[in-house]
Structures are given as structure tokens and as C-alpha cells.
Design a protein around this ligand. Structure first.
Ligand SMILES: O=C(O)c1ccccc1N[C@@H]1O[C@H](COP(=O)(O)O)[C@@H](O)[C@H]1O
Length: 211
């Protein structure tokens, strides 16, 4: 099984090209105004134009209005939408692209909450993140043993929160996820990626085989 890698919070075209070349499967572009990784629609469109034929460009939103999300999907070349706020299951549809619903995990009750999104609207994938202050990107992890609670849910799961080149193999071994997602763990500063760290992160995941 090959584990997918999403590198999130790309803000610069040179970082986008570097991440694709490193073997990333998906890049995340952050449209949350309070994020230090926020990108304008114009920058996002330029970043999305670097997408290789088999790559995915994910727009990250927090409690954003549906009209804005639809406009960003249309104008910025997004291939999927990541809803990383308090969006209820009934809000997870209507963008014309697959949805990644992110849940911040403090304990088992949050994984049970994640289950309520299975089969809702256009939710194609769940993302489990740590509960950093704010909504995400804070480098905070969670108890990976909780991921097993979704093993019978029949939905692909992305694991995120506090991952870095040094711990991502352990995370993959522990959770056997569909993919992993990282923002702060491969940065020089918020929004500026560390090329060596991105390469090491992708290498660590892609060279780990599991059945
Ligand atoms: O990266 C951000 O600034 C961010 C802001 C608001 C919502 C989500 C955000 N990023 C997502 O956060 C997780 C974990 O990030 P980290 O690796 O712990 O820094 C990841 O899924 C990002 O997509």
C-alpha cells in the first residue's frame, strides 16, 4: 500500500514546484484569513497552475461561506476542498469536488463525531488533526491509537497534526492511513517550506511499505 502525502500551506510557486518534485501527491492552499499560510485567490491560482497531471490541489477553508468556497474552486483550480472548521455534515456538499472533512481530535468522542460525516454529502475523506489552538497548522498531534476506531467506517482517513520527517514513519506504522498531511513540520517559517524537510518527509513515507 502506498501512503499519499499532502504538503499543506504552500504560499510560494518555488515551494509548490519543489514539493511536487519531491513526490507530494497533493498540495494544500489555505484560504483561512487568520492563517499565517493564507493565500489570495490570485496567488492560489498561480500555485494551482504548477499541478502535475496526477496531482491534487486542495483548498483549505474554516467556516467559510459556501459562495466563497464555490468561487475559489471555480477560479483557483482546486481539485478538492478541505473543510477544517465547525462545518456540520449537511454543509459538506455542493462544491462540485470531493470534500475532505477535518476533525480536531482530543479524545474518542471526536472520532465518534467524525463517524457522523461518513456518507454525508460529498465527504470523500476524513482528516484527523490534533487540537491546536485556533483551527489547525499548530503542530499539535493526537493519540494515534484512536484512528483504529474508524477502521470499519469504510472511508479513507488522512492523519495530520504535529507530523514531521522524524515521526511520520511511526505515524504511518501506527495508523496505516490513506495519507498524511503536514503544514508546520516541514517549514522554515509559517508558509515558507524547508526543501530538505519536505524531501525527507516524502521519502520517509514513500519508502515505508506496509500491507
Ligand atoms: O496550516 C494552517 O495554518 C491551518 C489553519 C487553519 C486550518 C488548518 C490549517 N492547516 C491544517 O492543519 C493540519 C495540521 O497542521 P500541522 O502539520 O500540525 O502544522 C493540517 O491538516 C493542515 O492542513
Amino acid at each position: 500500500m502506498s501512503t499519499r502525502v499532502k504538503i499543506c500551506g504552500i504560499t510560494r510557486v518555488e515551494d509548490a514546484r519543489m514539493a511536487w518534485a519531491a513526490g507530494a501527491d497533493a498540495l494544500g492552499l489555505n484560504f483561512y484569513l487568520r492563517s499565517p499560510r493564507y493565500v489570495t485567490p490570485e496567488v492560489a491560482a498561480a500555485l494551482a497552475r504548477t499541478r502535475p497531471a496526477l496531482g491534487a490541489v486542495v483548498g483549505v477553508f474554516v467556516n467559510e461561506s459556501p459562495d466563497v468556497i464555490r468561487a475559489r474552486v471555480r477560479d483557483c483550480g482546486l481539485t478538492s476542498v478541505q473543510l477544517h472548521g465547525d462545518e456540520p455534515p449537511e454543509a459538506c456538499a455542493g462544491y462540485g469536488v470531493p470534500i475532505i472533512k477535518a476533525l480536531r481530535v482530543r479524545g474518542p468522542e471526536d472520532v465518534e463525531k467524525a463517524r457522523t460525516y461518513v456518507g454525508a454529502g460529498d465527504v470523500a475523506t476524513l482528516l484527523l488533526d490534533g487540537a491546536a489552538p485556533g483551527y489547525g497548522g499548530g503542530g499539535v498531534g493526537f493519540d494515534w491509537s484512536l484512528v483504529a476506531r474508524l477502521a470499519d467506517a469504510g472511508v479513507p482517513v488522512l492523519v495530520a497534526g504535529g507530523l514531521n520527517p522524524g515521526n511520520v514513519r511511526e505515524a504511518v506504522r501506527a495508523t496505516r492511513p490513506y495519507g498524511v498531511d503536514v503544514a508546520s513540520g516541514v517549514e522554515v517559517s509559517p508558509g515558507v517550506k524547508d526543501a530538505e524537510a519536505v524531501r525527507a518527509f516524502v521519502r520517509a513515507v514513500k519508502t515505508l511499505a506496509w500491507e
